[in-house]
Design a protein. Structure first.
Length: 303
């Protein structure tokens, strides 16, 4: 195969060769997927139907649940079908679509987490100006910017990745089409262009991370000045779910990115990919509903 134009399909990495393990993988992923689907759908419905949750914080949470649904729906169904039918093939266009939507949802979610930290900062550190800074128009603009940024990054990364000549093989050593694994199939130095795009993405991601850290430093400084223990508890109840989601998201991504090549193996790469692509969308609804009484009450009424 001389270049990418001769590729009609890719072969994804199977979780197991034995039929029993393939069915176990299918069952496990099906359970995770259905639980994620139900949990995020309940949050979306509760926020949309309960007028008491029509606030900026829950508006952003609704968007986050939509992104979680999109992210996990991009990877798990294909992997489940492949295990069920003992089938590893994904078409060239299907692989490109998977890369696009995964980068789109993944990037947009990170920017929403950044916006949510700003929302918490304004609510706690500048409560008298909250209505001015976080009115409905401002929230819609910030949400639109997050979705648009995710779309732009997805378009750039997908277009550049699939414009690179691929000639080494058509085997993607991952259970979904992951950009680093596709770049390994390149037979030229064109992948340096993608490395440049990744560098820009990492730089912007690092700026968002610093913004989140600074926001929470200011928030915790403000919390220390709250005289009542009940007031501090209320603030922590507002912030800890978001902080836990950010920590889960960032830690899995950092682990995947900084894993030493010396310990790399197909199995370890598979586990790491599951950690950053499956675990956060599955756990986010649980994290947000554990300490949030308003959301729990709305969910009880809904159920």
């Amino acid at each position: 195969m001389s270049n990418h134009s001769s590729l009609n399909e890719f072969l994804l990495l199977a979780f197991a060769d034995r039929r029993e393990l393939q069915l176990l993988h299918f069952s496990l992923f099906l359970g995770i997927y259905l639980a994620t689907l139900v949990a995020n759908s309940l949050i979306i419905t509760a926020v949309a139907c309960d007028h008491r949750l029509h606030t900026p914080m829950y508006f952003f949470l609704l968007n986050l649940s939509l992104l979680d649904l999109g992210s996990i729906s991009t990877t798990l169904p294909t992997s489940m079908v492949n295990s069920l039918w003992n089938y590893r093939v994904i078409s060239y266009s299907g692989c490109a679509a998977q890369v696009f939507f995964f980068v789109f949802f993944f990037s947009a979610e990170y920017y929403f987490l950044t916006v949510m930290s700003y929302d918490r900062y304004i609510a706690i550190c500048r409560p008298l100006h909250y209505g001015t800074f976080m009115d409905s128009r401002a929230c819609v603009k910030m949400a639109a910017a997050a979705w648009a940024t995710g779309f732009l990054f997805a378009l750039l990364h997908t277009g550049n990745t699939f414009s690179i000549p691929l000639c080494k093989d058509n085997v993607v050593e991952q259970f979904f089409c992951e950009i680093p694994q596709i770049l390994k199939l390149s037979c030229s130095n064109f992948h340096l262009r993608e490395v440049g795009f990744i560098g820009v993405t990492v730089s912007l991601g690092f700026c968002c991370f610093i913004f989140i850290v600074v926001s929470y430093v200011l928030i915790f400084r403000a919390v220390r000045r709250i005289p009542s223990e009940q007031g501090r508890h209320k603030v922590f109840s507002m912030c800890l779910p978001h902080l836990a989601v950010v920590s889960l998201f960032v830690s899995t991504v950092i682990f995947a990115s900084l894993k030493p090549p010396s310990i790399s193996s197909p199995f370890l790469d598979l586990v790491v990919a599951v950690l950053y692509s499956v675990v956060p969308p599955a756990l986010n609804p649980l994290i947000y509903s554990l300490r949030n009484e308003e959301l729990k009450n709305a969910l009880r009424k809904l159920v």
